[in-house]
Design a protein around this ligand. Structure first.
Ligand code: NDP
Length: 327
């Protein structure tokens, strides 16, 4: 038997709880992984609370990320004992995920654990941190460099935001961190933010164009915030957009695009090709300070996942939550 979080949808409604499952209940797949650590991402919180249409079939074991070691494999690239990581691919949405002591998946979805990270550190990064790096890579691809001016990170005290601030600061960018939690200003400064912006100044409907301010931005929030970020990008600047914590809508005009030539670069992590995943993980190994990662992270046992999901959607979780599935 294995411990797992299980989401069920019955006539009584949506229900998520810690339970025990038989090994043979695991879904089809050519690699079985003994999970060491998983994480709680925003998407997992939506799945567990039922507040977003993340789960495509029930019952579902949530968890879009896991790190562990291969128990059995029929996949040519993996053998028993290999340390592996999984991020996305619909796991925790349409295929049972990582918030369990074991997972059985398609080996094409796995990557080797990136040195020098431990399994726990890889999950401290998780989809949130790997997405933060994909956003940094998107800015670099558009020619954004540290000497051009300030980079704005929205949702800065969250998981994606915290890693983005830490990585950008290490790369020498001047980082403005937008947060709704003034009390987290010292935390954000410790990660390398040089300026703290009250998110209320970005979240209300704004003008089509504002004063040119940002040389680049990473937005985890969407809605009016992303519209206001676009309106205040400097001529030719880029925003990498990955999130919807404020909302899925995007109420903006074409003015920033046709008058200032700005770029809105969409970032998806879930179906990212393997080569780009490896590139992002290799860059995290180079550009994310392990000490900062420790400051970003808290660890909880599997039994605390369900209440933590509600706290996350209420914006009360700072940084990243690692889940020790064997605690
Ligand atoms: P977190 O919950 O850790 O962080 C989200 C942060 O957004 C909060 O900490 C808060 O930051 C801010 N926030 C919350 N509610 C609001 C609001 N109503 N208005 C403005 N800001 C708000 O989530 P993650 O960092 O894990 O994920 C962030 C977003 O990125 C999510 O929408 C997630 O779905 C998305 N995402 C997308 C991926 C992709 O592949 N495209 C991959 C990973 C994540 P603060 O308190 O500092 O204001």
């Amino acid at each position: 038997m294995i411990k797992a979080v299980l989401i069920e949808k019955t006539e009584a409604g949506h229900h998520a709880a810690l339970t025990e499952l038989a090994d043979d209940a695991l879904p089809e797949g050519d690699v079985t992984v003994a999970v060491s650590y998983s994480t709680l991402n925003y998407k997992d919180a939506l799945a567990i609370t039922g507040k977003g249409p993340v789960v495509r079939q029930f019952p579902m074991v949530p968890g879009i990320d896991f790190a562990g070691f291969v128990e059995t494999s029929r996949h040519p690239d993996f053998k028993a004992g290999d340390s592996v990581v999984l991020n996305g691919w619909g796991v925790g949405e349409s295929h049972w995920g990582g918030l369990a002591q074991k997972a059985r998946v398609n080996g094409d979805w796995l990557i080797p654990l990136q040195a020098p990270f431990t399994a726990a550190q890889a999950m401290a990064i998780g989809t949130a941190g790997y997405t933060a790096m994909l956003c940094v890579l998107a800015l670099e691809r558009q020619g954004v460099t540290a000497d051009q001016g300030e980079i704005l990170v929205t949702g800065a005290a969250g998981g994606v935001g915290s890693v983005a601030v830490a990585v950008l600061a290490k790369l020498g960018y001047r980082v403005a961190a937008s947060t709704g939690r003034a009390a987290e200003a010292p935390y954000l400064r410790s990660l390398g933010a040089s300026e703290i912006i009250d998110r209320a100044t970005l979240s209300a409907p704004g003008k089509p164009l504002a004063r040119e301010r940002w040389a680049g931005a990473i937005d985890t929030v969407g809605s009016h915030t992303l519209a206001n970020v676009c309106a205040a990008l400097r001529y030719g600047a880029t925003v990498a957009a990955c999130g919807l914590a404020q909302g899925m809508d995007l109420p903006l005009t074409v003015a920033p695009f046709i008058l200032r030539g700005v770029t809105l670069a969409g970032v998806d992590s879930v179906y990212r090709p393997i080569a780009q995943r490896r590139e992002a993980w290799a860059r995290l190994a180079r550009d994310l300070d392990i000490e900062k990662l420790a400051a970003i992270t808290n660890t909880i046992p599997l039994s605390e996942v369900v209440p933590a999901a509600s706290r996350m959607l209420a914006g009360q979780v700072r940084g990243r939550l690692v889940v020790d599935v064997n605690a």
